[in-house]
Every structure is written in C-alpha cells, then in structure tokens.
Design a protein around this ligand. Structure first.
Ligand code: 5GP
Length: 207
C-alpha cells in the first residue's frame, strides 16, 4: 500500500558516526533515499562529488540561496552546508523516505517548515570517545577538532527538540535502532493513504 513520503532528520556531533549508521541501514530499507547536501567545505580524502556532497564555492552557494534552491542551510565551523530543496520535495511526493544528515540549526529550520518530519539525534557513548574518533579520523587539523568538540556541547543541549536519540556505542546496534525507528514511523496511520485504504477495504463492515 502506498504511504506518504516523509523526512528523517539525523543530527549529532561530528564524529558520532552518522554516515556509518546510515550506510548500515540503507540496504535494509526500500525506498530510503539520502539527501546529498551542498557544502563550501573542501572535499576530504576519498569524498566524491555528488556522492558525499555537492562541493561548491561561496559564490555558488550564495546563488543557490538567491534562487531559493535550498530547503535549509547553516554554517558549521567556518563552512556552509545546505539541503537541495527539489530533491527532497520530489522524493517525498513520490512516497519515499528521505534521510538527511544536518546540524541542529538546519534541523530547527526543517522543524518550522516540515513539522511532520522525524528528528533523530545520534550520540557517541562519551566525550572521550568522540575526541578519540575525531582524532583517529585524521581528516581535520587539531584546531578544527577542538572547534568540532566545542560545537558538540552546544549541539547536545538541543537534544530536547528531537523525537528520538540513539547512542552509538556499537554500530550494528545503533543501525538496528535507527531501522526500527524508520519502520515504526512508516507504520503511522497518518502516513497511510487513507483513500487507498478505503478502496482496499470497500464494503468491509457492511456485510
Ligand atoms: P562534515 O564537515 O563533518 O561533513 O559536516 C559537518 C556538520 O555539517 C555535521 O554536523 C553535519 O550534520 C552538518 N551538515 C551536513 N550537511 C548539512 C546540510 O545540508 N545542512 C546543515 N544545516 N548541516 C549539514
């Protein structure tokens, strides 16, 4: 049966493991689409244009804002990040579930525009573990790691605005939790196409 498409917003400190958890969930859920963000941050080693991000200049990012092409956007430790609007709206209209990895400021903009979205916060088990993961990742300089750790304290305060939280102390468990959240949300009566349901059960109750 057709369902109404919806949006899953995944936030959490940089280094919480959002990508790993999402990647583990993708093969297990049909119709789950990833919203690829636009960023002014330079690519990290191994990151691919159009797969991890759309990498754009500051001028190009300004132009996207000017043309109202972004559903939300925010700055994060010196760079800008935004969600392409058309992709998300098209996928939802087609009945798909869209998942996006965005920061707390972007999430609050989505909350205003799309209150029916589902908000999930992913946490590393401890601050020490977060620091360890950021250092091991080796993609940021020491100063950037410090900034990202500071930012995580601010982000944590916002957890009260989210619907669900997951502690990522073991990847497979965290992925399973996210999968359950998505499947449960998918089963909400409010996401069912009631007309289709009525057609399917036409006459039921009259006999
Ligand atoms: P990173 O540089 O580690 O890839 O991402 C830094 C932060 O930017 C993460 O917290 C991530 O969730 C956030 N981010 C990624 N894409 C977007 C986006 O499209 N919009 C917003 N607001 N934040 C994003």
């Amino acid at each position: 049966m057709r369902r109404k498409g919806f949006l899953i917003v995944l936030s959490g400190p940089s280094g919480a493991g959002k990508n790993s958890v999402m990647n583990a969930v993708f093969p297990t859920i049909p119709n789950l689409k990833y919203s690829i963000s636009v960023t002014t941050r330079p690519p990290r080693k191994g990151e691919v244009e159009g797969v991890d991000y759309f990498f754009r200049t500051e001028e190009e990012f300004d132009e996207l804002i000017r043309q109202d092409k972004l559903l939300e956007y925010a700055s994060f430790v010196g760079y800008r990040y935004g969600t392409p609007k058309d992709f998300v709206l098209e996928q939802i209209a087609e009945g798909n579930t869209v998942i996006m990895d965005i920061d707390i400021h972007g999430a609050s903009q989505i909350r205003e525009k799309m209150p029916e979205a589902v908000f999930v916060f992913l946490l590393p088990p401890t601050r020490e573990e977060l620091q360890k993961r950021l250092t091991l990742r080796g993609s940021e300089a020491e100063e950037a790691i410090k900034q990202r750790l500071q930012k995580s304290a601010e982000e944590l305060k916002n957890i009260i605005h989210y619907d669900y939280f997951i502690i990522n102390d073991q990847l497979s468990k965290a992925a399973e939790q996210l999968r359950h959240i998505i499947m449960s949300e998918w089963s909400r009566v409010s996401r069912v196409d009631i007309e289709e349901l009525q057609k399917l059960w036409k006459g039921w109750g009259n006999s």
